[in-house]
Ligand binder design. Structure first.
Ligand SMILES: Nc1nc2c(c(=O)[nH]1)N[C@H]1C(S)=C(S)[C@@H](COP(=O)(O)OP(=O)(O)OC[C@H]3O[C@@H](n4cnc5c(=O)[nH]c(N)nc54)[C@H](O)[C@@H]3O)O[C@H]1N2
Ligand SMILES: Nc1nc2c(c(=O)[nH]1)N[C@H]1C(S)=C(S)[C@@H](COP(=O)(O)OP(=O)(O)OC[C@H]3O[C@@H](n4cnc5c(=O)[nH]c(N)nc54)[C@H](O)[C@@H]3O)O[C@H]1N2
Ligand code: SF4
Ligand SMILES: [Mo]
Length: 668
């Protein structure tokens, strides 16, 4: 029996270091690694029983080919040779008859370690296939933040201990930023205030001193009204703004109309609450805004984040320890050269670009481009996680489209595959991990052999490349070779680390690198960009989001028990999570004769979904929230919440607008 260091590979800001006990064949136990500089041993419930996922009896362990109708879920095992030759023959035919634009690789965040997430790019670049625009998560937030602050590092969450006032702005931290929860709890014990600005506050309410319920998609109006109060009452740090920001004077001229009374109408937040909030925020010395991604997933999401980021600069808090923003861009790294994985140099054509949020349109030829003939899905479950579920399923049923899914479990997407390839877990492969929420980086090496005939993303892409006749050396290496090459050519984030830290990376483990200098504005002009002339709307202003057709605004919130489609194989977590629920405000429920636990139908122009109602005052009026991603078999009519979501994109960042849809709801 031995204890091995490894790292959580999932899409979560921490990338926690783990200790896995193993006999070399199986993982027996998993716990948080106290030596991890970020999580310090605190990990979520999901990963405390990681071995249950790894050794789940539901794993797919051989390649499979479809034997029934598409979507019927009937498959029989085949050999790797047959799988690889079937796939590459279809690819070669499609390339010959329709060109590389007819081949669509599709991946997102199933595995976040750098090699296994990105390694397919090398093969598809060589092939000249479509390039996926990967904006399914928080690209509007990144774009909005960068529009103001460029590449300036915001707070690493470990700096939250120094803050003296906390605004948790649209984040269910209990689910998605577990390692920062102790900071919030401790801060309150020390008498510091924690305010939650949310559209759905059920999980976070008890951890905060005050809850401000805001109508989804209107946070920009709230930020503007707070700025209005700061300027109006002489609470803004004018010296700081005049010295450090571009466009402050012009922006100030526009603020007159954005009064708290104006914002009350839009946001549903009483004007007095806005005034008090602005005053408290200004009175703090080092206030921090911990920003989630929820309010960026709207048609106005980039502008909303711009406005919140601008607000964060109005008190000059950034120049004090613990003051500023957290959750945007820690400014860490880059640690390794991802081009060595993705190999953009292998591409000789200009790629056809397909936005990940518009998979249905691409598969159904609604984007006006030539037909997609081959789809290759890995590390993603688009039937569960992408907008327009019906459109995606329709595309997957098209007999002209040949679909390969590389998966660990029979997901709702895998059921539609022509060929399924069995995938590995993180402990069955080697890789490096760069946490996206912290200044940290780590390596984790293979601990146990993969069960049955499972293969890692890297191994499969190498097999496919060779069968395609691509004889670059790149495809002849092992993942350990590639990891060695990455570490041998470190980028700036690893250039000043100590010998001991190199030893950690050579043996497997996590290291932490210095926090950013929060006053080193990494923008083109070296100033904070209140006005950004590169954008279609240079002047920050209030813009409305999309959805208005139906009376209730629908948002999708993450679940504590699962992580997108990950962990759906774990009965104990699925039982805790319960049925597909839709939370709605007490008044909206009463107006529709709905009580708690009623079966309700949410509907709009896209379709209908059946949920179990949760009636609560802890949600903004006129809002409904669907938590978590489910399996279609848990749904009464096979439809999941993304049936109700349009493919529309955000204003900047080409991102998902998952929280910007409207529905009506009635009792079933
Ligand atoms: N347990 C668990 N952990 C996870 C995940 C998970 O599914 N489960 N997902 C992982 C992933 S992929 C990501 S991107 C992150 C999730 O990170 P984020 O998406 O940033 O999620 P949160 O910030 O926790 O939650 C978003 C919050 O925004 C709120 N919201 C939605 N629209 C609005 C709005 O217009 N205004 C305001 N003020 N609030 C709004 C929702 O109610 C929700 O509480 O977490 C990661 N970690
Ligand atoms: N309704 C709703 N929709 C959402 C969200 C939501 O909260 N609610 N969240 C949104 C967000 S923030 C995100 S980031 C996206 C995530 O969307 P996706 O990236 O599609 O993530 P998942 O749905 O978790 O599916 C990931 C799949 O990858 C597989 N996988 C894991 N590791 C590996 C591996 O090493 N190799 C291979 N080949 N496969 C692997 C898992 O088994 C899983 O089925 O979903 C978005 N969609
Ligand atoms: S899911 Fe998040 S909190 Fe849980 S172990 Fe992984 S990185 Fe840590
Ligand atoms: Mo995400």
């Amino acid at each position: 029996m031995k204890i091995y260091k490894t790292i959580c590979p999932y899409d979560c800001p921490t990338s926690c270091g783990l200790l896995a006990e193993s006999d070399g064949e199986r993982i027996l136990k998993v716990k948080g690694d106290p030596a991890d500089p970020v999580s310090r041993g605190l990990i979520c419930r999901k990963m405390q029983r990681y071995e249950k996922s790894i050794h789940s009896p539901d794993r797919i362990v051989t390649p499979l080919k479809r034997t029934g109708d598409k979507g019927s879920g009937q498959f029989s095992p085949i050999s790797w040779d047959e799988a690889i030759s079937t796939i590459t023959e279809r690819w070669k035919l499609a390339l010959e008859e329709s060109g590389p634009d007819s081949i669509l690789p599709f991946y997102y965040s199933g595995v976040m370690s750098l090699i296994h997430r990105n390694c397919g790019d090398a093969l598809f670049n060589k092939m000249g296939a479509c390039a996926l625009i990967k904006t399914l998560c928080s690209s509007a937030k990144s774009a909005g933040y960068a529009a103001v602050a460029g590449k300036t590092g915001c707070l690493d969450p470990r700096e939250l201990a120094d803050s003296d006032y906390y605004i948790v702005w649209g984040s269910n931290m209990k689910a998605t930023r577990l390692q920062s929860m102790p900071d919030i709890v401790k801060a309150r014990k020390l008498g510091k205030r924690v305010v939650l600005i949310e559209s759905y506050a059920k999980e976070m309410e008890s951890y905060c001193d005050q809850v401000v319920l805001v109508t989804p998609g209107t946070d920009g109006a709230l930020a503007l009204a707070m700025i209005h109060v700061l300027v109006d009452e002489g609470l803004a740090d004018l010296d700081f703004l005049q010295r450090e920001a571009e466009g402050f004077e012009e922006f100030k001229e526009t603020l007159g109309v954005y009064t708290p009374v104006w914002a009350e109408d839009i946001t549903g937040v009483p004007a007095k609450v806005i005034v008090d909030l602005a005053r408290e925020y200004a009175a703090a010395s080092a206030p921090v805004i911990i920003l989630g991604s929820g309010n960026s997933r709207h048609g106005n999401g980039g502008m909303t984040v711009r406005l919140i980021t601008i607000l964060s600069f109005f008190t000059g808090a950034w120049s004090r320890a613990g003051g500023g923003m957290c959750g945007c861009n820690t400014g860490s790294g880059p640690y390794v050269d991802s081009d060595r994985i993705a190999r953009p140099d292998l591409r000789t054509n200009t790629a056809r670009k397909v936005n990940i949020n518009m998979l249905g349109a691409a598969l159904n030829g609604e984007d006006g481009k030539s037909p997609i003939r081959c789809l290759h899905v890995y590390g993603s479950n688009p039937v569960g996680s992408v907008a327009d579920q019906q459109g995606i399923q329709k595309g997957l049923l098209n007999p002209e489209i040949f679909t390969v899914v590389h998966e660990r479990f029979m997901t709702d997407t895998a059921r539609y595959a022509d060929i399924i390839l069995p995938a590995t877990f993180s402990v069955e492969q080697s890789d490096c991990h760069s946490a996206y929420g912290y200044c940290s980086f780590g390596t984790a090496y293979k601990i146990i052999p993969a069960p049955g005939e499972c293969k890692s993303n890297w191994d499969i892409f190498c097999l496919l490349a060779k069968a395609m006749g691509y004889n670059e050396d790149h495809f002849n290496r092992t993942e350990e070779d590639l990891l060695g090459e990455l570490l041998a050519h470190p980028l700036s984030g690893l250039q000043n680390i100590s010998d001991d830290e190199w030893k950690i990376l050579k043996n497997g483990g996590v290291i932490s690198t210095p926090f950013a200098d929060h006053t080193d504005w990494k923008t083109q002009s070296g100033k904070i960009q209140i006005i950004n002339n590169k954008l279609e709307s240079p002047m920050p202003e209030y813009q409305e989001n999309y959805g208005k057709s139906h009376p209730l605004r629908l948002i999708a919130a993450p679940s504590s028990e699962t992580l997108n489609s990950i962990f759906l194989e774990r009965d104990e977590l699925i039982d805790r999570r319960g049925p597909m629920t839709l939370s709605m405000h007490t008044d909206d429920a009463a107006a529709r004769g709905i009580v708690d636990k009623d079966s309700v139908l949410a509907f709009n122009d896209m379709g209908e979904v059946v949920f179990t109602a949760i009636v609560t005052p802890l949600i903004a009026k006129g809002t409904v929230a669907a938590t978590g991603i489910f399996k279609t078999k848990q749904s009464a009519n096979g439809n999941l919440v993304n049936t109700l979501h349009h493919e529309r994109l955000s204003d900047i960042g080409e991102a998902t607008t998952l929280n910007d849809n409207t529905v009506d709801v009635r009792k079933v």
